[in-house]
Design a protein around this ligand. Structure first.
Ligand code: PGA
Length: 247
């Protein structure tokens, strides 16, 4: 299985900061996939700037509809047209701040996979859910609802990735322990295999939530962790470079 470092820039990085990122990015020899999702409005700029590097560019969200009267939305086809190769779906900020529910997320997954877009589907429990021993149940539910109707022939190997991002670890500096992350990933793999019968498919699993160069090694050395989805520490080219070296 390939390894992945994926940057989620959220609503950060102006053009000058993007220049800074590239001035300290050195991923020529990287042995992993190196992906970044900037603000959608910067996709073309980033692709231009990334020419000659191995960096792939994606979007942080897409519309569940293919086209039409949906003011302010981003279609999968337009993102692909520009050269974006992947999208995040179901990031916890989309779920909590924009009320994206499982049903909507499921439509987005279907629309994106059908169009040939690679999908990083994000799941993760809240702190209260972990504290009350509901982590496995929450993850299973998010996967079964979000991926409802997805069959082995709905996507190519590597076209669907799952990011496990405990909500309490996102942007908080409080990272899951390697053991907690591994346990959740093993559970997710089992749900994909047993409940969805996707055991024959290659589905990379990424960990996300306060990953940085100083804590990445323990997480990325776990058996069921194939990479990281990184917010804050992906904004600087030198940190991003370090993560690709660690993996
Ligand atoms: P963080 O964000 O690395 O800043 O915690 C991760 C994410 O939201 O994907």
């Amino acid at each position: 299985m390939k390894k992945y470092i994926v940057g989620n820039w959220k609503m950060n990085q102006n053009l000058a900061e993007i220049e800074d990122f590239f001035s300290s990015l050195k991923i020529d020899g990287a042995q992993c996939e190196a992906w970044v999702a900037p603000q959608a409005i910067h996709v073309s700029h980033l692709l231009e700037r990334a020419k000659g590097t191995n960096l792939k560019v994606g979007v942080q969200n897409i519309c569940e509809h293919e086209k039409g009267a949906f003011t302010g939305e981003i279609s999968v086809a337009s993102a692909l047209d520009l050269g974006a190769t992947f999208c995040l779906i179901g990031h916890s900020e989309r779920r909590s701040l924009y009320n994206e529910d499982d049903d909507l997320l499921n439509k987005k997954v279907h629309t994106a996979l059908k169009s040939g877009m690679t999908v990083i589907f994000c799941v993760g429990e809240q702190l209260i859910e972990r504290q009350s021993g509901m982590t496995n149940a929450v993850l299973k539910n998010q996967i079964l609802e979000g991926l409802e109707g997805i069959k082995p022939n709905s996507f190519q190997d590597g076209q669907l990735l799952i990011a496990y991002e405990p909500v309490w670890a996102i942007g908080t500096g409080e990272v899951a322990t390697p053991e907690q992350a591994q346990q959740a990933h093993a559970h997710i793999r089992a749900v994909l295999a047993v409940e969805l019968r996707l055991e024959t498919k290659e589905i990379p699993l990424l960990y996300g939530g306060s990953v940085k160069p100083s804590n990445a090694e323990g997480l990325l050395s776990q058996k069921d962790i194939d990479g990281a989805l990184v917010g804050g520490a992906s904004l600087r080219g030198d940190d991003f470079t370090k993560l690709t070296n660690i993996i």
